[in-house]
Design a protein around this ligand. Structure first.
Ligand code: NDP
Length: 277
């Protein structure tokens, strides 16, 4: 895998391009804070923003994207349907609300945020409808484990193009990554920076010194070299910039494996097998 600059993209199963690097905006306030973060990211060269109805900042994301000098068609925007909106009709209503808040006439990627048991198949049918009517360029899921993906694939008319899951050095889930790539589902990582805890990991600091990079850059580069789309969150201009400086160096295969070995199946977020929200 050779990704040489910030404009590098993966190609989804339907031919749509998704930039490998995006800005995550979970826990970023709507209004000034999210508008500034999106503006910093776009100025830096990011062309991919990840939001969700849950984050309550779709309005600010939409405003920043619409008011930027970069054409809408060059910016990849993701949003997600929240758990309380599962079901066919309610998903269509939730999508309508999201897109109105953003002021867009289409979304690049719409995801089922969590695999709510007994409900996600109806929700998926709504996403298929949105895709067929071209309201979204791509559809996918988030927080799906292998058995949930198999369940969905067994009845889906259109296969999910993306699975966005928690992924970082303490939670690698290699069998899930392999399953996704085998089934042409792009693997995308959330909380890639371990919610800011990367600098506490000894090996990452050692590698940062070895490559003259930050621990964050090492981890994000590890994502890219594994073919994973990644969406680090920051509201600080200097970090938004440094988190994008992932090019012009390459981790050795041995160092990639060393990072893989940090895996201890540790989750900062909820377990998709057992969540109660
Ligand atoms: P991240 O792993 O991206 O970490 C974000 C934290 O790290 C923030 O506190 C940020 O602080 C800090 N940080 C950013 N850059 C650096 C750096 N270079 N050095 C040290 N600390 C840094 O966590 P998130 O949970 O936000 O995940 C990323 C995105 O993934 C979310 O924003 C969201 O878009 C998505 N997501 C999706 C979920 C899902 O269920 N689908 C669940 C959770 C997240 P500061 O802002 O002050 O710089």
């Amino acid at each position: 895998m050779k990704i040489t600059d910030i404009n590098g993209f993966a190609i989804l199963s339907n031919g749509i391009k998704i930039p490998y690097l995006g800005l995550g905006v979970y826990q970023v306030n709507d209004g000034k804070e999210v508008i500034n973060a999106v503006n910093f990211a776009l100025e830096t060269g990011y062309r991919h923003i990840d939001t969700a109805s849950l984050y309550d900042n779709e309005s600010g994301v939409g405003k920043a994207v619409r008011e930027s000098t970069i054409p809408r068609s060059e910016i990849f925007v993701t949003s997600k349907v929240w758990n309380s909106d599962h079901g066919y009709d309610s998903t269509l209503r939730a999508f309508d609300k999201s897109i109105k808040l953003m002021g867009f006439d289409y979304l690049d990627l719409y995801l089922v945020h969590w695999p709510v048991r007994g409900k996600f198949k109806d929700t998926w049918k709504a996403l298929e409808k949105l895709y067929k009517e071209k309201s979204v360029k791509a559809i996918g899921v988030s927080n799906f484990l292998i058995h949930q993906l198999n369940d969905l694939l067994s009845t889906a008319e259109i296969s999910p193009m993306v699975n966005q899951v928690e992924f970082h050095p303490y939670l690698v889930q290699q069998p899930l990554i392999d399953f996704c790539f085998k089934n042409n589902i792009q693997f995308e990582s959330w909380s890639p920076l371990m919610q800011g805890n990367i600098t506490k990991v000894y090996l990452l600091n050692v590698l940062a010194e070895k490559y003259h990079k930050t621990a964050a850059q090492i981890v994000l580069r590890w994502n890219l070299q594994k073919g994973i789309v990644t969406i680090p969150k920051s509201v600080r201009k200097e970090r938004i910039i440094s988190n994008s400086q992932l090019f012009g160096f390459e981790l050795s295969e041995a160092d990639i494996k060393e990072i893989d070995r940090l895996d201890k199946s540790y989750r900062f977020g909820a377990d998709p097998e057992n969540f109660n929200f």
